[in-house]
Design a protein around this ligand. Structure first.
Ligand code: 5GP
Length: 343
């Protein structure tokens, strides 16, 4: 039977080396790849072994890779074994805790812990708590979407980054450079308004009751809790920007990635990273004087905070690196902006 050509492009969410795979029918025929590589699937005729080429090596021969079904089975098998090994440790919690450790916190109020039993009203993730759960949820392959799903319709751009790295400033500058093209929905929050902020400009300030009711009515495409306050992006605001033919730019907390990566939205996700320590320090000190990085511009950063920013970027990379379509180092703001416009 002739092989069917497939036009499917996927992003790998795991590293694969046929040399270390005892089950591959022929090691020489295997294709090694790394997490984040884009693969063109040439044939899916076999249930367990697909044939693929790396996007970066399109003229090379296609090689064998584990199919999605096979890889999923392997992950499930590995997890079952790990869980069996950890069973003793878990049994003390199992009778009262319905979710795995590190999974979204089930809140009956803003301060409920994950093992509190049945008084549960709604599911809400806690931005500070569930990083490791995201890491656990790693998929196998993910279909890569086109940048323009339909003529005149752009995929939204999501700027992810460590707090203080300057993604909000980049977002503002992008909109200022071409306001007809780049637009950002104003996020909602329940936190109190700060000095210098204008309602409807930085945020739409609402009561917790109102925001919780809107969340329950699915009015937010993503939301989260940070330092005791809710933040979120309304679905309607994103929809209207996209339907107006503009590029919608979002810069939520990095944990919003998992909520935003839907088939419907297909966001283009960019990691805004800090440069190395010396450059970070130099550019932030200069720009503070010139008032450019105003995300945290009201005070000076300490060396420790610069280190934290770098560490935080590394952690974001570790947790979500396989979801990023692009990385931009935000050393000098103007250069980063040019790169963003051309990405
Ligand atoms: P701030 O209160 O300092 O303006 O923002 C605090 C945090 O809330 C930041 O880490 C920021 O990324 C996050 N945040 C701001 N807007 C949104 C939003 O629309 N959704 C989510 N999930 N987080 C947001």
């Amino acid at each position: 039977m002739g092989q069917r050509e497939s036009k499917v492009r996927v992003r790998a969410h795991f590293d694969y080396n046929p040399e270390n795979d005892p089950y591959i029918p022929c090691k020489e025929a295997g294709l090694a790849f790394e997490r984040g590589d884009i693969l063109h699937i040439v044939s899916q005729d076999d249930a367990y072994w697909w044939q693929a080429r790396k996007e970066s090596e399109r003229t090379a021969r296609a090689g064998l890779i584990p199919s999605r079904a096979l890889q999923e089975r392997r992950i499930i098998h590995e997890r079952t074994q790990k869980e069996a090994n950890n069973q003793d440790a878990k049994s003390s919690c199992a009778s009262i805790c319905t979710t795995p450790p590190g999974s979204p916190i089930l809140n009956s109020s803003s301060s409920t812990s994950s093992c509190r039993g049945p008084k549960i009203k709604k599911i809400m993730y806690d931005l500070a708590e569930n990083d490791d759960f995201d890491r656990e949820m790693i998929a196998t392959y993910e279909e890569v979407a086109k940048l323009y799903p339909r003529p005149g319709i752009y995929r939204p751009i999501v700027l992810i980054g460590a707090p203080g790295v300057g993604r909000n400033e980049l977002k503002r500058r992008l909109s200022a450079r071409d306001p007809e093209k780049f637009r950002s929905p104003v996020p909602y929050t329940t936190r109190p308004i700060r000095h210098g902020e204008v309602p409807g400009r930085e945020y739409i300030f609402v009561s917790r009751d109102k925001m919780e009711a809107d969340i329950a009515n699915a009015k937010f495409i993503e939301y989260g809790e940070y330092k005791g306050h809710l933040y979120g992006t309304s679905a309607e605001s994103v929809k209207s920007i996209i339907n107006a033919g503009c590029v919608c730019i979002l810069s939520p907390h990095y944990q919003a990635i998992k909520a935003l990566r839907t088939q419907q939205l297909k966001p283009f996700i960019i990691h805004i990273k800090p440069p190395e320590f010396d450059i970070l320090k130099e550019t932030r000190t200069q720009s503070r004087a010139k008032s450019t990085f105003d995300e945290n511009n009201s005070r000076e950063f300490t060396d420790e905070e610069f280190q934290d920013m770098i560490k935080s970027a590394e952690r974001i990379d570790f947790l979500y690196g396989h979801f990023f379509d692009e990385e931009i180092i935000n050393g000098e703001l103007a250069t980063a902006l040019d790169k963003l416009v051309n990405s």
